[in-house]
Design a protein around this ligand. Structure first.
Ligand code: FAD
Ligand code: FES
Length: 258
């Protein structure tokens, strides 16, 4: 997980479209020409944001290709509501690629564990996934609201794609537990989603000695290690900046109280 040089660029919006539910939005910006790795993120701040929205907002790189830099986000507050109103031709200041990426294991099975919008970084990752990759996706909204799931399914065999509606939380946790236990000593899990889900992943990885990486979505202000707004505690008792040393961490390094 070596550092990647990061850049600040003004990028043009190519499209900004909601899914049927319309709280989920696909934003495509012109391709900045960066070399990125799956799990890295960007900080976005449209040029027309005034002093009422000072800080840029962090988002996973959902995909990057000749079609552009794609972000898949959910409207949860003021910033994302404004981002959802972007129209083609507008300019967004983008810092990236930031942070540490997921590390795939080409020799052993990789289980991608996504909860809700945590599916975003796995679109990019699935493109480069080795043969033994599977996915478990937990979601609250209907599956068709997440076109990312169908895209990932074009790279991973359908029998290796499993999904579970979050409404049945017990079923999701039981399935997580079984899948993490089954990988003990033979593979690893890569997880992204809400913190309660990541804590469950952390608990079962430690319990069964399963290798795992989790991507934290701690709130961030600067995104580049200057404000201490995003710290996480490690098992050594240190506070680490999740924007620089993360957002992807080895589960064994995080102190969430086993
Ligand atoms: C590294 C990283 C990658 C991310 N990738 C994605 C992504 O791909 N897609 C996506 O939809 N979201 C992603 N997020 C979360 C996203 O940054 C927040 O939802 C967004 O910043 C909220 O901005 P807002 O102004 O709309 O919300 P605010 O008005 O600031 O807050 C509205 C509500 O959202 C909550 N909130 C704000 N930030 C976060 C956060 N980081 N985690 C959990 N709750 C939060 C607040 O507590 C509040 O309840 C990511 C966050 C990080 C740190
Ligand atoms: S967000 Fe400022 S140090 Fe991480």
């Amino acid at each position: 997980m070596s550092a990647t040089p990061s850049f600040c660029q003004e990028l043009t919006v190519l499209s900004c479209t909601g899914t049927k539910d319309s709280s989920l939005v696909n934003l495509v910006l012109e391709n900045p020409g960066w070399t990125c790795r799956p799990g890295q993120f960007v900080m976005l701040r449209p040029l027309d944001w005034g002093t009422e929205l000072v800080w840029a907002r962090p988002f996973s790189i959902c995909d990057i290709s000749s079609h552009g830099l794609r972000i898949f986000f959910q409207v949860v507050g003021r910033g994302t509501a404004r981002l959802a109103q972007l129209t083609p031709g507008q300019k967004v200041v983008v810092w990236g690629p930031l942070g540490q990426s997921f590390v795939l294991d080409n020799e052993r099975p990789n289980l991608l564990l996504a909860g809700g919008m945590g599916i975003a970084p796995f679109v990019f990752l699935a493109k480069s996934s080795p043969a033994h990759t599977s996915m478990l996706f937990g979601h609250r909204l209907p599956l068709q609201e997440y076109p990312a799931f169908q895209e990932i399914a074009t790279h991973i065999p359908s029998e290796a794609m499993q999904q579970c509606n979050h409404e049945d939380l017990i079923c999701f946790e039981e399935t997580l537990h079984e899948r993490i236990k089954a990988l003990s000593g033979v593979g690893q899990v890569l997880a992204c989603g809400p913190e309660p889900m990541l804590r469950v992943v952390h608990k079962y990885c430690l319990q069964h000695g399963t290798d795992g990486q989790v991507s934290l979505e701690n709130r961030m202000a600067c995104g580049v290690g200057a404000c201490l707004g995003c710290v996480a505690r490690t098992t050594q008792g240190d506070l680490v900046q999740s924007c620089v040393q993360g957002p992807v961490f080895d589960v064994r390094h995080l102190d969430w109280g086993a």
